[in-house]
Design a protein around this ligand. Sequence first.
Ligand SMILES: [Ca+2]
Length: 151
Amino acid sequence: MYKIFLVLSILTTVAEARCHTDWVVWRNTCFLFSTVQETWINAELHCRALHAALLEISDAETNTFVKDHLKSRDGVTNTVYFIGATDIAKEGDWEWNGSKTLLDFTDWGSGQPDHLNHTENCLALQGHTGGFQWHDYPCQGRHRFICAAER
Ligand SMILES: [Ca+2]
């Protein structure tokens, strides 16, 4: 019995070790919620240098996990986090940058995407009093970001 427990402990440790220290583990994914701020493309390059990519959200469960995590971490703020979609190639055609697939699941905030001043082509999660929502933001702005990697 003790041997089985020991083996399980080692296996668990190995699995956990596949995420970088200080990254958040949820299901089969490691998440980095940055505190530094970058433009959208530099955020993607930052993630790639860590063998990850800007987060893609393709289902409601992942979306809820990320939004709840941000809310518990930041509280009620207007913090902005870039994630991995853009419509810079064709206005209105939102595409995940890593997988080159059009967005299926979406969770746009009220009135979003609004392409304000014709400059907003990158996807971000923005904090509101009610929690975080999806917004289009200028790609050249510098914001926090979320990297993700399979573990
Ligand atoms: Ca917008």
